[in-house]
Ligand binder design. Structure first.
Ligand code: DHB
Ligand code: FE
Length: 279
């Protein structure tokens, strides 16, 4: 059976792509953010995952407002990136893992999750930038399965529902008859609001409590409704749902190996975490 080796969560601000393109990682503005990834690189070099299940929210590249699935799972042999208008370089395509995709889809549907299966799927900055942060040479050493959670158009799935989805993903992966080492990635957040009267809104106290509780109390955020999460973290801060789902995939017990938090990158309170399941 497959083994989940850990979960990595990170923000996915498009400006990160510009910083990578310019080689600005060591500049004072960027260093506190990029420094959070050095321990993750060491861990990845040691653990060497074979496959990554990447939980993220598409922002309009693959799904537009006319068709917006609440949950979608990729089932393609390859996933390409494209220009989203942010002015950041496109990255090389990602190799899919069709066997895990269909295993996951069958398992989730059997678990009563109504998902959209995507045999063609483009991946946006929320997928590509975390991959580039984890593997800076951009020679992707893992096969991937993209999982999208809608945080773009209301209504959004609740944090409790995203926790249950992550839990179901974890059970499915652990039951996959394949000896692979599987990494779960969750991208988005933390607090940020890009538009409206509260543009620029950040909530450090909330984010710090979220990071501090995620491993030991993975349902902490599920006490909040979506409107409460929007109020507490901003209209785009609800992307933290990906962190909730990624953590849930680790099972009942997990520990934090590394956490980083830095304000701001662009308009966003940017964080990253590495968690490991505890048997
Ligand atoms: C920003 C953050 C995001 O999560 C995103 O998807 C786009 C932009 C920002 O802070 O600029
Ligand atoms: Fe985003």
């Amino acid at each position: 059976m497959a083994r989940i080796v850990g979960a990595i969560t990170t923000s996915h601000v498009p400006a990160i792509g510009g910083a990578i393109a310019k080689g600005a990682q060591a500049q004072p503005y960027w260093k506190p953010f990029f420094d959070g990834f050095a321990p993750l690189h060491r861990w990845l070099a040691e653990v060497k995952p074979d496959v990554a299940v990447v939980i993220y929210n598409d922002h309009g590249l693959n799904f537009f407002l006319d068709k917006m699935p609440t949950f979608a799972v990729g089932a393609a042999a390859q996933y390409r990136n494209a220009d989203e208008g942010w002015g950041i370089p496109q990255v090389a395509p990602f190799a899919g893992d069709l066997d895990l995709s269909w295993h996951l889809i069958e398992s989730l549907v059997a678990d009563d999750f109504d998902i959209t299966t995507c045999q063609e799927m483009m991946v946006d900055h929320a997928f590509t930038l975390p991959m580039a942060l984890l593997w800076p040479d951009q020679h992707w050493p893992v096969r991937v399965v993209p999982v999208c959670i809608n945080t773009v158009q209301f209504p959004l799935p609740s944090a409790a529902r995203c926790h249950r989805l992550g839990d179901a993903i974890g059970r499915a992966v652990r039951a996959w008859p394949n000896g692979a080492r599987v990494l779960i990635i969750g991208t988005g957040g933390l607090s940020h609001q890009l538009d409206g009267e509260r543009a620029g809104f950040i909530n450090r106290a909330f984010d710090e409590q979220f990071i501090a509780t995620l491993a030991d109390d993975p349902q902490w955020a599920t006490r909040y409704s979506i409107p409460q999460l929007v109020e507490l973290t901003g209209t785009q801060g609800v992307e933290l749902l990906m962190w909730v789902a990624a953590r849930a995939a680790l099972g009942a017990k997990a520990r934090t190996l590394q956490a980083n938090y830095h304000i701001p990158i662009s308009n966003t309170a940017s964080g990253s975490m590495l968690m490991e399941p505890v048997a």
